[in-house]
Design a protein around this ligand. Structure first.
Ligand code: NDP
Length: 283
């Protein structure tokens, strides 16, 4: 049976350390600040934003909340981003996605200063990751890397198969594994023979968004399985992209859903914000 990589416990340990780091920064006159911008009243986004605010408060990070009406114009939002770019109390800017349809998401994300891009979605941050001099790494993939680090997993020379090629998970996590000298394959909906790719992986990273689509019998015995997927089935139950019970019989390590990658995402947002604040001391 596989050992669990407990994201909840790892996130709690990291947040404890980060609380101490924030106190040390405060002693040097710097309080890390995160601006969180929410446009409209999408219920899921409201929950995420309130989780982020609570996490900031618990860690000692100043959180500057901007809750805007659903009919806020693109120009108004751009002006707010510009104002936050200049605000010296703010080290990180997070614009909660998705934005309402009348706002061009790309235009907004590109307006965020790369120096405050704690979500790591700006093309500057993505380019820096690809060219091997990362600035801010996007939070979910960075969380995956911290989970591998937590089991002292050495990616050097290992076969990593990433299923999913989104800009927020699949592509950046593939780049992060490549930077650690893994041999990386990225699979997607047009991949021929997905089971064969998954079957030779030392590490499988699933970021698809389809309940239990990666079958346990595909997993190579002893592989590490990281399940990023969060899928609601029925009324309440959450499952990942991997058929957990069957995969756990073959894998050496596996992440649960919930309680796996999920709690790491906000943790890495705090991590990036603290990192950004620490850069103020270097100036
Ligand atoms: P996207 O929908 O943006 O991307 C899904 C990817 O899966 C696409 O690249 C798609 O391929 C690929 N795909 C779809 N069907 C198949 C298939 N049958 N075989 C192989 N590949 C397939 O999703 P995200 O990356 O945003 O999210 C993925 C999952 O991770 C979701 O469940 C989401 O909820 C979860 N998530 C969790 C987070 C967390 O833990 N905090 C954060 C972000 C996401 P193609 O490109 O060809 O369409």
């Amino acid at each position: 049976m596989a050992e669990l990589i407990d994201g909840k416990a790892l996130a709690a340990r990291m947040r404890e350390q980060m609380t101490e780091q924030v106190q040390q920064l405060q002693q040097q006159g710097v309080t890390p600040g995160l601006a969180v911008v929410l446009v409209g009243d999408d219920p899921a986004s409201r929950v995420y934003v309130s989780m982020k605010e609570k996490a900031c408060a618990a860690t000692g990070i100043f959180s500057d909340e901007h809750k805007l009406a659903a009919d806020t114009s693109e120009e108004e939002l751009l002006q707010l981003v510009e104002q936050l770019n200049k605000d010296e109390r703010i080290d990180g800017i997070l614009v909660q996605l998705p934005l309402p349809d009348h706002i061009n998401e790309e235009r907004i994300l590109h307006a965020i200063s790369p120096l405050k891009d704690v979500d790591g979605f700006h093309p500057f941050s993505v380019g820096a990751l690809v060219t091997g001099s990362p600035t801010f790494r996007s939070c979910t993939p960075y969380g995956v890397m911290k989970m591998l680090e937590s089991i002292d997993y050495d990616l050097n020379g290992k076969e990593v198969v990433v299923v999913g090629r989104s800009n927020i998970v699949g592509k950046p996590v593939a780049m992060m594994c490549l930077a650690e000298n893994a041999t990386v394959t990225i699979c997607h909906s047009r991949t021929a023979d997905l089971p064969a790719h998954v079957g030779r992986a030392d590490v499988v990273i699933a970021a698809v968004g389809q309940p239990e689509m990666i079958k346990g019998e595909w997993i190579k015995p002893g592989a590490v399985v990281i399940d990023v997927g969060i899928n609601r089935v029925g009324d309440k139950k959450l499952v990942g992209d991997v058929e957990f019970a069957a995969a756990a019989e073959r894998a050496s390590y596996i992440t649960p859903v919930p309680g796996g990658v999920g709690p790491m995402t906000i943790t890495m947002l705090l991590f990036n914000t603290i990192y950004s604040a620490s850069q103020r001391l270097q100036q």
